[in-house]
Design a protein around this ligand. Sequence first.
Ligand SMILES: [Zn+2]
Length: 326
Amino acid sequence: MKKFIYPLFLVIIFGCQQAEKRTVAQLSLAEVQNEITAAETKRLLFTLAADSMKGRDSDHKGYFKAAQFVTDYFATHSILPHYPNYQDTLSSKGVKSFNVVGQIGTYDPKKKTVLIGAHLDHVGIRGTEGDTIYNGANDNATGSTAVLQIGKFLAQFDWDKNILLALFADEEKGLRGAYHLAQRFKEEGVSLEYMVNFEMLGTTLTSGSNQVYMTGYNYSNMPQQMNAIAPNFVQFLPQAKALNLFMRSDNYAFYKALNTPAFTLSSFDFKNFNFYHKAGDEAEKLEVENMNQIISTAAFTLAKMLHQKTVITLTPEAQEAPLERE
Ligand SMILES: [Zn+2]
């Protein structure tokens, strides 16, 4: 009898260790860069930007195919539906659409929430001659890919706050998806701590590889907190301030509705990509290795911020942020 006790004891210990999730404390950037692969980033990018997605707008139905792909991806990687079927339904100019919203672990309304997002839609099909499909590879299959990769990565860990992932509909129709979700959060009393949005990550920022800029750079301590974890990752882009890019993407809806830190990370700096809102915005033109580095660094940075309970606050300069979209 005695000789069976020892192996049984080992089985129990081994079983317990298997059940425990990884911890973030020992995580290194190199580890994350190794784990989030360029091959998978490329697969997601090329899938979302394929001609079969018809430029991902709700009018030409391509958006729904992309949304189904995202839904399946969430379900496969233990990201749970935050709303039934992951759908936050809205209507834009009579066309029904929906944001895809997932959650990591259980959602506790008493806890603070961090939102990671990107717009999934693009402008669809235009014209009748030549290449009529506006694939929106950089804008914004890249940001959508980032949310999928980061979500899959973060889902391996237990967190003490709610982490929601949103792929927005109808950004190109005036941030309509994000406005809808932000308003819903407000009505539901979601305690949104901060929001990080991803836009156009497919080319290398002129200032250097594995870098992004943040819109609304001066409106919070988020750039400094991120750079303390990953030095030089988050840059200031003068044009982003001059052109008020802070209010040109989905982050703005959450800032406006909830007065909470909400910013976009991007590597499109007006010098490094000539196909913005053109039919030529195609996956083949993008730099997947650099994009994957950005995604890995963002995943690492967010994991550390969540683990260290980094507090993100708006600065007095945020009061200067415009409150109405021009
Ligand atoms: Zn965009």
